[in-house]
Design a protein around this ligand. Structure first.
Ligand code: FES
Length: 159
């Protein structure tokens, strides 16, 4: 699986993304999603421009940005591994798989390894509940990700 690729951030490109969504109803979330999709994460530098364009305070923009765990405020790892933490996957062992991956990666879920290799993140239901534990690996859905399959993944594709 290939790592996700993002464009390098610069203020002009960021301004274009913000302007492209500014006219939408409830534009804040679409803007934040679009910035993250383009650049991989959302920089503090984006907040004043978003606030200005949407006529919101910086605190309002910052509040939304920090409320949703989906938004990344630091660079992602070369690979992004999102493991489902919702109920059906928990019933199929996702807690054990989470603990195993945390131990193997040396980070808690929600963090990025010190070498920048993997961001390990929670996700809540991918619609693969019958074949959990489910994950998104660099954007690709993966089912039945048990402890052994997680080992193979971390020792193979995610190196
Ligand atoms: S609960 Fe994990 S995919 Fe639905």
């Amino acid at each position: 699986m290939s790592a996700s690729r993002h464009q390098d951030w610069d203020a002009a490109a960021s301004g274009e993304v913000i302007a492209a969504h500014a006219g939408q109803q409830g534009a804040l979330l679409p803007i934040l999603h679009a910035l993250q999709a383009r650049f991989g994460w959302i920089r503090d530098e984006d907040v004043p421009l978003i606030a200005q364009v949407l006529n919101l305070s910086r605190a309002e923009v910052h509040g939304v940005l920090t409320f949703y765990h989906d938004f990344r405020r630091s660079p992602p790892g070369r690979h992004v591994l999102k493991l489902c933490q919702a109920e059906a996957c928990q019933a199929r062992g996702s807690r054990d798989v989470t603990a195993h991956a945390e131990q193997k990666l040396g980070v808690a879920i929600g963090e990025t390894t010190a070498d920048g290799r993997v961001s390990f993140e929670p996700i809540y239901c991918l619609g693969l509940c019958a074949s959990g534990p489910a994950a998104l690996v660099d954007g690709v859905p993966v089912a039945r990700l048990g402890v052994e399959a997680m080992d193979r993944l971390l020792d193979g594709a995610l190196t």
